[in-house]
Design a protein around this ligand. Structure first.
Ligand SMILES: Nc1ncnc2c1ncn2[C@@H]1O[C@H](COP(=O)(O)OP(=O)(O)OP(=O)(O)O)[C@@H](O)[C@H]1O
Length: 257
């Protein structure tokens, strides 16, 4: 595999939250003075207790929400968003689901077809173009969802716990595929997960959030090289780093509970 850059080493910011607090209309205080910077070619995971505001961070970066105080800054480039549910249209084929964003943005049909073939190949779904979502496994449906997001060539890719509902083996395989994709596509990723091993395996950096209202309580660099072999998970270095993240997470839960 050809790596065209050094993951995590660029100083160029692609997205920032600056001292952001978020209080919803019903008074729920979701985020408290949170600052996050995501740089080019970084893949950052966000872990934290349930309800601490992880999805809110993604929604702010996507522009779906406006902060109560503070600033959200992005480059304005295309954003890809992958949700926990694949959210596919059941009556459309795989190819027709994947080309939907291209249709909605007015990409010429021939370009969309070519690009769909390319992104489906990248997620290992060549040959399934004519299948409907109901004929696919959960992991395959999630691959379609990722392929659909790739269609618009996002520079900023936001993942809201996309593999949480999958079995362990499928999840690990998709982690490996996503990490390969990260090396060949020019996006910066912010990945929400409840799984510490998943966060460490995928990331150049892991951010740990406190319980609500969410704050960043730890910023752990992941120094492992790329590409990442599946066996990395069984090394003492991996276990030590996962343990650091888990400890920070446990401390974060205990401080506020
Ligand atoms: N539109 C909204 N109005 C009111 N409260 C909201 C709204 N959206 C989210 N919240 C609340 O804000 C808090 C943070 O929600 P968020 O979904 O960001 O947490 P999360 O860390 O992603 O949770 P989980 O890990 O369980 O998915 C929660 O208490 C949630 O109930």
């Amino acid at each position: 595999m050809e790596i065209t850059y050094t993951p995590g080493r660029s100083p160029v910011p692609v997205a920032r939250l600056r001292s952001v607090s978020m209080v919803f209309a019903d008074g729920t205080h979701a985020l408290d003075d949170i600052s996050i910077e995501l740089r080019q070619s970084e893949f950052v995971s966000l872990v934290g207790p349930s309800g601490c505001g992880k999805s809110t961070v993604l929604r702010l970066l996507a522009g779906f929400e406006v902060p109560s105080t503070g600033a959200v800054e992005t480059t304005g480039d295309t954003v890809g968003y992958v949700f926990q549910e694949p959210t596919l249209l059941p009556w459309r084929t795989v190819a027709a689901n994947v080309t939907l964003p291209a249709q909605l943005t007015g990409l010429p049909a021939a370009t969309a077809r070519d690009r769909a073939g390319d992104v489906l190949r990248r997620v290992g779904l060549t040959g399934f173009e004519r299948h409907r979502p109901g004929q696919l496994s959960g992991g395959m449906r999630m691959r379609v969802s990722i392929a659909r997001a790739l269609m618009l060539r996002p520079r900023l890719f936001l993942f809201d716990e996309p593999f949480g509902a999958l079995d362990e083996i499928t999840r690990e395989r998709l982690n490996e595929e996503l990490s390969s994709l990260f090396l060949t596509e020019p996006f910066s990723g912010l990945f929400v997960t409840h799984s510490v091993p998943e966060a460490v395996f995928l990331s150049t950096r892991v951010l740990v959030m406190s319980a609500r209202p969410g704050r960043i309580v730890a910023d752990v660099a992941v120094p492992f090289g790329w590409p990442r072999a599946p066996g990395l998970r069984y090394t003492p270095e991996f276990a030590a780093l996962a343990s650091r993240v888990s400890t920070a997470l446990r401390d974060a839960c205990e401080v506020t509970s």
